[in-house]
Design a protein around this ligand. Sequence first.
Ligand code: PLP
Length: 375
Amino acid sequence: MSDYGRLVPEYIRTLGGYTPGKSLRQAQRESHVNCIKMASNENPFGPSPKAVAAMQSVLSESNFYPDNDASDLRHRLSELHQVQPEQIVPTAGSTALLGIIARTLLSPGLNAITSERSFIVYPIATQAAGGKLIQIPMRQDGYDLDGIATAIDQNTRIVYLSNPNNPTGTIVSAREIDRFLEKVPSHALLVLDEAYYDFAQYFAAKRNFDYSHALDYVKQNRRVVVLRTFSKAHGLAGVRVGYGIGPTELMTYFSRMRTTFSVSSVAQAAALAALDDPEHTRKALANNAEQAETLTTGIAESGYRAVATWANFIYCDVGEDAAAIAQQLQAAGVIIRPLGPWGAPTAIRITIGTPEQNQVFLKAFRKVMERAAVR
Ligand SMILES: *Cc1c(COP(=O)(O)O)cnc(C)c1O
């Protein structure tokens, strides 16, 4: 018998893998119906046509390695955010950067802190680096920043804050983070994960809410790294590109930790072109804000309460086995995410779709939940 387990450190032997949202193809094979995917917070309108054209135009140069420093993209982002290009590190999605941050700052004996029911990659990245993740119970489906501040100890190196939080859709105000930062000691880094920045900022403007001072912290040289991605509002999840913004010295270490050439030339071209098509993003944001209301209302009409969202998905505790509900919704042609792996076995997360997709979901939800109520 082979015994490779002996060669592998315990923290890697016991590492759980990532459970992705079910793919369309797999769901259709299982349920024998055409499905729509509302499970992975993807942009339902697809990528910008300009991004598609830009990707096509570089395909014939695929024999060349990409620019390892993604110079054009970094310069473009540095102008956009008014920071130095050296403060920006593009990676193959921001989940790659989460792994880099963990491997750079953690090792056995050290810890990171976050909230329970937060982004599922935080535990994986932390454990893969040999660190321990401390998860603080939630307050009203959101981050308990006081609880997190109290839990920080001398071995803490990272605090992960998903704002808005995936999967609950809740937000923490800029003022709350201002105050929290005062309590983070100098040996810990605050990772402000703003994967849903564009959606949250759109809601914040409408609701007259002060959402994010993240870039101000970076400009004030605070111990903060801000994560953004092209996967969500820009509709480029499949090509893998995101980035971090932070203190130059720290970003230089992160940059060295990257897998060489990991942001492909196709991804770099797509990201640059996506930035040139704000109209495409705006359409997704406007649809999202309008349809968030439609979905929340529709779910309430079925007798369930969705948590008010600041992102492109809806969190709802249905009080039933969520995996079974997800299976029945899939049989009705809609893939959503049951949140058992997040420690919420009776909650589901629905990505906000096009108006048509949302109607298909609401109809299926009504039918499935009526049946569940009868049982
Ligand atoms: C989607 C998401 C990301 C980014 O994913 P990438 O596709 O790797 O850029 C990061 N954080 C959270 C909380 C997310 O939901």
